[in-house]
Design a protein around this ligand. Structure first.
Ligand code: UDP
Length: 539
């Protein structure tokens, strides 16, 4: 494999002079190490010391200039996994004058994105932690274009799906081990360090048991645009399927966590839905051919596992059926449920779990990382064998969890069919849902209040407003308005929902009192707009 850096020649002498005179320049986004991405001119890397180097000169720039806080705990996260202490980035500092005594630098002319992959042997991690964040980090900085160079610093080999990383740019990605081949000192002419975490939806349980991230910022729209990009790069063109040629994909695993009665499951699905069924596995088909099949499927059925990340390639309206082995609670392991349930992802999600102990096949004698438990104390082994459910736990080496998740399963067909019948609200794929881009109401316009005093204990407060400016361009099923009235100085307010654009309040309105009034628009019961500026109304 050639690791030639570029066909673009750079003026070596000019680059060296610039580095010596200007040193390194860094400007970052983000207030915290967990949300920071930095852009560098002339960031260098010493392959012997395995350290990045910032060269100080009179014109170098370091923003933020954190002083020693740069080590508390780090400048930034190199992977998209939040605050993981094996994924920190920092640099060593040197005066630019030290260059005189150092090996001659090799310049990397490409605009480079420097990052850590989190787990390049697991398809779910590859997509969630690396490919999606790289794709959207590249969208954020326009000079990270198709010619950009990716540099993976986590220190591993290519991993099991390196071809997927190659799809992101036309240049061969570099691994840490490749950097040595270029010399002792490399300098990246222009580079970005770190990854956007905007697209991640799952946390793996390092500090609290795994689950959806607290503040998910991505919707199905961005996932689908990324999926289309990947399909495009894999030369997969989505086709409208001829009527009546719908099918179900069963994604099976070839080496562990098996479905032991796969043939029976396929037959039951075919009979129930009057559709063809197809099985795929990463051991049997190419990734591209699997994605092509999934992208036109009505339903994807699979054991819990990384292969389910391919559900992002399903068409809108399709169903995802995730199977869980005995003693594993589906609600505690929800990366794929969370993905399917992202707003605008438009997938139906159903979990089935094996509740019948006789239908599970466990492997206590396997190595610990494949779920074996014979290395544990006898009592602990017995407790695990007797347990009906894995208790909540942290990542990543809980032996009871590994033991249970690596079981094979005979799927009980009646309970399986019952769970999907109950769960599928509409027939899969028949809901030809439109790409529903959610549009929120604007502020109501020209809010006004008028007041009058009727008697010593009676007053009226009339509030009126105009429709939000964007409403005239939209077809909205139901438009309502919410009005909050608060007596000045009080903590509570009275909320009202109204269909019209004006209303006269007389209940609970006192004379000679100041009221604060907020008005906002609501589309279709739950799409809230912003409040207009507060009205101050004196009776
Ligand atoms: N894998 C596979 N077939 C198997 C078992 C695993 O293709 O029989 C793949 C799986 O999709 C993932 C990787 O191997 O990309 C690691 O699997 P592991 O069981 O460690 O992770 P999990 O699937 O539980 O996330």
């Amino acid at each position: 494999q050639s690791q030639e850096l570029s066909h673009v020649r750079i003026d070596y002498h000019a680059a060296l002079l610039a580095l010596q005179e200007q040193g390194t320049r860094m400007v970052c986004t983000g207030k915290m190490h967990t949300d920071r991405i930095c852009r560098f001119d002339y960031l260098c890397y010493c392959t012997e010391a395995e350290e990045f180097i910032f060269f100080h000169s009179n014109s170098s720039v370091m923003l933020p200039n954190l002083g020693p806080r740069r080590f508390q705990p780090a400048l930034l996260d190199l992977s998209s996994v939040e605050d993981h202490n094996t994924q920190y980035f920092n640099f060593l500092e040197l005066p630019a004058a030290a260059l005189k005594y150092m090996p001659k630098p090799v310049f990397v002319p490409d605009v480079t994105l420097i990052l850590n992959r989190f787990n390049a042997d697991n398809l779910m991690h590859i997509f969630h932690d690396d490919l999606l964040p790289i794709f959207y980090t590249m969208q954020q900085y326009t000079d990270l274009d198709d010619e950009a160079r990716l540099v993976f610093m986590e220190g591993w080999g290519e991993g099991s799906h390196f071809d997927l990383y190659r799809l992101l740019s036309s240049k061969q990605p570099l691994l840490k081990e490749h950097l040595r081949n270029f010399g002792k000192l490399m300098c990246f002419t222009k580079s970005y360090v770190g990854l956007s975490k905007m697209t991640t939806w799952y946390q793996y349980g390092f500090v609290q048991p795994q689950g959806p991230k607290a503040n998910i910022l991505v919707s199905g729209n961005e996932i689908r645009q990324f999926a289309s990009f990947i399909m495009d790069r894999l030369n997969i063109t989505p086709e409208e399927r001829p009527k009546g040629d719908d099918y179900i994909v069963v994604f099976s695993r070839g080496s562990n966590r098996l479905i032991l009665n796969e043939a029976e499951l396929l037959l039951a699905l075919a009979q129930e839905y009057k559709m063809r069924t197809v099985t795929v596995s990463l051991e049997e088909q190419t990734f591209a051919s699997i994605i092509k099949l999934i992208s036109e499927a009505s339903m994807l059925v699979s054991m819990h596992g990384a292969q389910l990340i391919t559900s992002m390639f399903l068409p809108r309206g399709a169903a995802v059926i995730e199977l869980f082995p005995y003693a594993v609670h589906p609600e505690q392991y929800t990366p794929y449920k969370t993905l399917a349930s992202l707003p605008g992802m438009d997938l139906q999600y159903i979990a089935w779990r094996n509740n019948i102990k006789e239908n599970t096949v466990a492997y206590p004698d396997r190595p610990w990382d494949q779920g074996g438990i014979t290395h544990l104390e006898k009592e602990e082994q017995e407790r695990i064998l007797a347990s009906k459910e894995v208790p909540r736990h942290l990542c990543c080496r809980n032996p009871e969890w590994l033991f249970r998740i690596y079981q094979d399963t005979i799927v009980d067909i009646p309970s399986f069919l019952e769970v999907i019948r109950d769960g599928l609200k509409v027939k899969p794929n028949l809901k030809k849902s439109k790409p529903a881009n959610v549009i929120h109401p604007g502020r109501v316009r020209q809010p006004k209040c008028q007041t009058s005093v009727q008697a010593t204990h009676e007053a009226k407060l009339s509030v009126s407003w105009q429709i939000p400016w964007n409403l005239k361009y939209l077809k909205v099923r139901e438009v309502k308005y919410e009005v909050w009235i608060q007596e000045q100085g009080e903590n509570t307010y009275m909320p009202y929902i109204l269909p019209q654009q004006n209303y006269t309040f007389s209940e609970n309105i006192k004379p000679f009192t100041t009221y604060l009034v907020w008005v906002r628009c609501i589309f279709n019961k739950n799409l809230l707009g912003p409040f207009a500026d507060v009205l101050i109304c004196k009776t």
